[in-house]
Design a protein around this ligand. Sequence first.
Ligand SMILES: *Cc1c(COP(=O)(O)O)cnc(C)c1O
Length: 375
Amino acid sequence: MKKIQMVDLKGQYEKIKNTVTNSIEEVLESSAFINGPYVKEFQADLEEYLDVKHVIPCANGTDALQIAMMGLGLEQGDEVITADFTFAATVEVIALLKLTPVLVDVEADTFNIDIEALKKAITPKTKAIVPVHLFGQCANMDAVMQVAKEHNLYVIEDTAQAIGADYTFLDGSKKKAGTIGHVGTTSFFPSKNLGCYGDGGAIFTNDDDLAHIIRGMVNHGMYKRYYHDVIGVNSRLDSIQAAVLKAKLPYLDAYCDARREAAAYYTNAFSSNSNIVTPAVSEFSTHVFHQYTIQITNGKRDTLHKHLLDNGIPNAIYYPVQLHKQKAYQDERYNEEDFTITNQLVETVISLPMHTELSKEQLEFITKTVLDFVG
Ligand SMILES: *Cc1c(COP(=O)(O)O)cnc(C)c1O
């Protein structure tokens, strides 16, 4: 059996090697390393795929979040609500911009922002909500958009883990993750579902004025060369990464299918075990399984983590610490009783190998090893 990887980037690369290396070579030959034709082409391809008016490429998913917040004109002291259970980038940029992060609990089954907790956290200072579509499925966007509308708030979707997911609204209409709120952001970090071979990110919006503001902001606040109208940043997707992404985008749906297939295998194997909670798939969003995350409810999570590593099965705890308990983000405003779910999840979650190249043989070995140990 081939060695099991948490994410098998090499195996995926082998299958698209010719296309990708040809594209990269073209960039090398043209020497248009910054703002070359591939950047515009990938942008247009992604706009079409997502069915969104504007994609603004940038340097990474963290920048994308920061620039989205700058573009919306959020100011010092504005409160921005996001989930307590996620990667730190989301709260990091809020804090970095001197906005006030307000962390709220998540749902036990989907790991996404809890709507009641969100409503409870709104104050007159609240300006924006950042739902994170964690592990590959959308937060409850009907409810998030409704709350935002009632309180006149911006919605910034952090789509770093859910690019390609489809959201179905209560009225039956559909949109791609990241194109529902006022602005969406994503990351093309190599291990994401659409990953490049370095760093990359993008911002999405259907708002022409906001797109214009953001296009200048990613480029030093310039709308005309060497005239700086606003404070911006330097955040670009380089041409080599754009070439890789243009080559990989046509495979994104197939990649998501491959992940779903692996997830279905896992869930089928684990579903009858009462000590394992398999990931819930909500009725309103497809799941693109950036991670396959189970909960171990008999207290054996930490020993399972070690047992799997000892048996050559990589695995990870996403996430081991609640954001409200991280040194950088703890705050006396928070009450522990408001975080019962996140407090429980950090003790029970474990993510298993998830990528596009998992074989039946590997899945069989992983599930058997987990089941034999968990009991
Ligand atoms: C990966 C990730 C980011 C940050 O993306 P980078 O490209 O690494 O900066 C932000 N939010 C979430 C939820 C992520 O998973």
